[in-house]
Design a protein around this ligand. Structure first.
Ligand code: NAD
Ligand code: MG
Length: 349
């Protein structure tokens, strides 16, 4: 069966009329949802800890800001955009006890519902609007008149109006300019984690790092290595997103194509590794390991973050990028100001 895909014409913003939407959190996704929905005419309140630096950032953007409890109390829908590892605590202490009886609850990733860390009662419509892109791009694309595609799901639908609301929310976010694909919390959670671990990040990030090290260890100039194993990837990915891998290959030389087809870097061992990682996602082992580390103060996470942010390609990268007139730092409006060369965005709870 073909996937169900929705566009602007399939959703009606009137389904948001008269509804107060509380956006909880003002990080990567939170600032984008709050600002895009507000700019689309929705009635938005941002829920934050009073001590959060984001309070000032959100207010500067003209948004109404309240404590999480107060924002939830008046909301007809509560979109939870907190770190996945924090959501269940805020849910239990501040969201669940203050929810209006029929308020709907939204997520941008299925982690907490799928793995059972949050279990809302049956009277709440539970929906997902999960952008398939970083929050800062969700905001930038909206401002440019475009949108980042999303996947959408409705897990509980007590009143039967779940999809009408979810698609209206997606439209206000700007996402239906690109398209929304119907999914389930289970499918989104498992495939999202797989994508991050095996291809988008855990796959290619390690290829970049290793490629850079192999070339520089062999005595080649870091400037050259940076171009060969990292910078060029953007151009190839742009072509591939436009016209598939066939188009990216078409634009490269026969020499390059032959090397691509005959390469042994990614082999059946890689497939086995991917299948192993997928199994750990499906049986909950990855989620349990991540949550246990976070609950212990994230010792393993912090150590890895530190280690990886200091790998050679990252220490050489800033000097090289400073030389390029075409790589400009963008200003993104959330609590972190602009990215300042450090990965860590939020304090671990
Ligand atoms: P983030 O770390 O960027 O921001 C989290 C926000 O929550 C911050 O404003 C922080 O101050 C606030 N916060 C943390 N603890 C809090 C507490 N106890 N009480 C109140 N506020 C608190 O998070 P994010 O990356 O935007 O992720 C939010 C959700 O979106 C997650 O479910 C994530 O999986 C999902 N998601 C993220 C991206 C992305 O681009 N980062 C993409 C798709 C889906
Ligand atoms: Mg993801």
């Amino acid at each position: 069966m073909a996937a169900q895909i929705w566009y602007e014409k399939d959703a009606d913003l009137n389904n948001l009329k008269g509804k107060k939407i509380a956006i909880i959190g003002y990080g990567s996704q939170g600032h984008a949802h709050a600002l895009n929905l507000r700019d689309s005419g929705a009635d938005v309140v941002v829920g934050l800890r009073p001590t959060s630096k984001s309070v000032q950032y959100a207010k500067e953007q003209g948004l109404e800001v309240k404590s999480v409890a107060d924002a939830v109390k008046e909301a007809d829908s509560v979109m939870i955009l907190l770190p996945d590892q924090t959501q269940r605590f805020v849910w239990k202490d501040e969201i669940e006890p203050n929810l209006k009886p029929n308020a709907s609850v939204g997520f941008a990733h299925g982690f907490n519902i799928h793995y059972g860390y949050i279990k809302p009662s049956a009277d709440h419509m539970i929906y997902m609007v999960a952008p398939k892109g970083p929050g800062h791009i969700v905001r930038r694309e909206y401002e440019a008149g475009r949108g980042v595609p999303i996947v959408a799901a409705v897990e509980q639908d007590p009143q039967g109006d779940g999809w009408a609301f979810t698609l209206a929310y997606a439209k206000a976010l700007g996402a239906l300019r690109a398209g929304a694909i119907k999914t389930s919390f289970k499918e989104e959670t498992e495939t999202d984690l797989f994508g991050e671990q095996d291809v988008l990040m855990g796959g290619i990030n390690h290829l970049f790092e290793m490629g850079f090290e192999v070339l520089t260890d062999a005595g080649y100039q870091p400037e050259i290595a940076y171009f060969e194993v990292f910078h060029e990837v953007k151009m190839l990915v742009d072509l591939a997103i436009e016209g598939g891998l066939n188009k990216a290959r078409w634009s490269c030389s026969d020499t390059a194509q032959y090397g691509d087809y005959t390469s042994t870097v990614v082999d059946e061992h890689t497939r086995k590794n991917m299948e192993y990682q997928l199994k750990r996602i499906q049986n909950g082992d990855f989620a349990r390991e991540f949550i246990a580390d976070q609950d212990a103060g994230a010792p393993k996470f912090k150590k890895l973050q530190e280690e990886y942010s200091n790998l050679r390609i990252e220490t050489v990268g800033p000097k090289l990028r400073a030389m390029f007139s075409w790589t400009k730092q963008s200003d993104d409006a959330d609590e972190t100001d602009s990215f300042n060369g450090k990965i860590a965005r939020t304090q671990v709870q």
